[in-house]
Design a protein around this ligand. Structure first.
Ligand SMILES: *[C@@H]1O[C@H](CO)[C@@H](O)[C@H](O)[C@H]1NC(C)=O
Ligand SMILES: *[C@@H]1O[C@H](CO)[C@@H](O)[C@H](O)[C@H]1NC(C)=O
Ligand SMILES: *[C@@H]1O[C@H](CO)[C@@H](O)[C@H](O)[C@H]1NC(C)=O
Ligand SMILES: *[C@@H]1O[C@H](CO)[C@@H](O)[C@H](O)[C@H]1NC(C)=O
Length: 249
């Protein structure tokens, strides 16, 4: 009697252990596939330009590794291919590699928002492009069943959720969220056109051409000196960008 009870207990324990082990191995593969941003966007079927940008700027890689380490999660606004097609021709190619990185990072919020927790967001909301100066923020306005996001230049509704499994939330947007810092009403950055042919400088004050050349020359040093982690990422990605990734469209 006693020994058969023992046998039974032994068998029960053994099968419980096997059950736990089986459950653990079964969970592993699906956890790996979960929260894969590229997979989520690819399944969505209309985010090819955004996928290319995430790759060329290396922000996609950065996002994946942040998801591994983030306690707050991330929220991504994914513009559709139509949204990119609706931009003025040359909009993306007109951006430096650094600004392409900023553009993509400004579509990433450093925490997980479900549609309902957007109501807890306090404006202005930082993005992954935000530095210490409070730049590259967005404002969110929401009711129970609708969320809008604005950069000051572009406002759009946050549409269907492509994924809301913590730590990653991905929402479709019909417009590219053009940041005020890049597309706002301030006078445009000096275009990197031909350096002014050497002319004797006008007496006393610098010419427009001199100022333009100077600000272009200063841009990389400026970016590298940002102490934020986003700044470091941007600087790193800019180096990669300068190595030849320029053409997206
Ligand atoms: C995401 O999935 C793609 C293919 O489906 C794969 O190539 C890539 O390595 C995955 N990324 C991560 C971070 O798991
Ligand atoms: C995320 O963590 C897993 C396991 O810790 C690791 O295998 C994987 O390479 C990590 N992925 C990234 C993109 O860091
Ligand atoms: C979002 O924007 C639409 C039109 O652009 C507007 O009708 C709606 O009231 C806005 N909703 C919120 C929550 O701000
Ligand atoms: C964003 O919200 C802040 C705080 O309410 C406000 O001061 C700012 O003007 C808003 N900006 C835009 C672009 O709506």
């Amino acid at each position: 009697m006693a020994s058969s009870t023992h046998l039974f207990l032994l068998a029960a324990t053994f099968s419980a252990i096997i059950g736990i082990a089986a459950a653990a191995t079964a969970a592993a593969p699906s956890a790996a596939g979960l929260n894969n941003l590229t997979d989520i966007l690819t399944k969505g079927g209309q985010y090819n330009t955004f996928i290319r940008l995430l790759k060329s700027t290396q922000v996609g890689q950065q996002i994946q590794s942040q998801l591994n380490n983030s306690f707050n999660g991330l929220t991504i606004f994914a513009p559709t291919d139509n949204a990119f097609n609706n931009l003025k021709a040359g909009t993306l190619n007109g951006l430096s590699a650094q600004d392409q990185v900023n553009l993509v990072l400004s579509h990433v919020l450093p925490r997980f928002y479900s549609l309902s927790t957007f109501q807890t967001a306090s404006n202005p909301v930082s993005t992954q492009a935000s530095g210490p100066g409070g730049v590259y923020t967005v404002n969110v306005s929401s009711t129970t069943n609708q969320v809008n996001v604005t950069t000051g230049v572009v406002e759009t509704q946050v549409n269907n959720a492509l994924d809301t499994n913590f730590p990653l939330a991905v929402y479709s947007v019909d417009k590219v969220l053009l940041p005020t810092e890049l597309f706002g009403p301030k006078p445009p950055e000096a275009a990197p056109v031909a350096v002014a042919p050497s002319k004797p400088p006008a007496k006393g004050r610098p010419t427009k051409g001199d100022t333009a050349a100077q600000s272009v020359a200063e841009a990389p040093a400026d970016a590298a000196s940002h102490p934020s982690s986003a700044g470091r990422l941007m600087a790193g990605a800019a180096v990669v960008g300068f190595l030849g990734i320029v053409s997206i469209l």
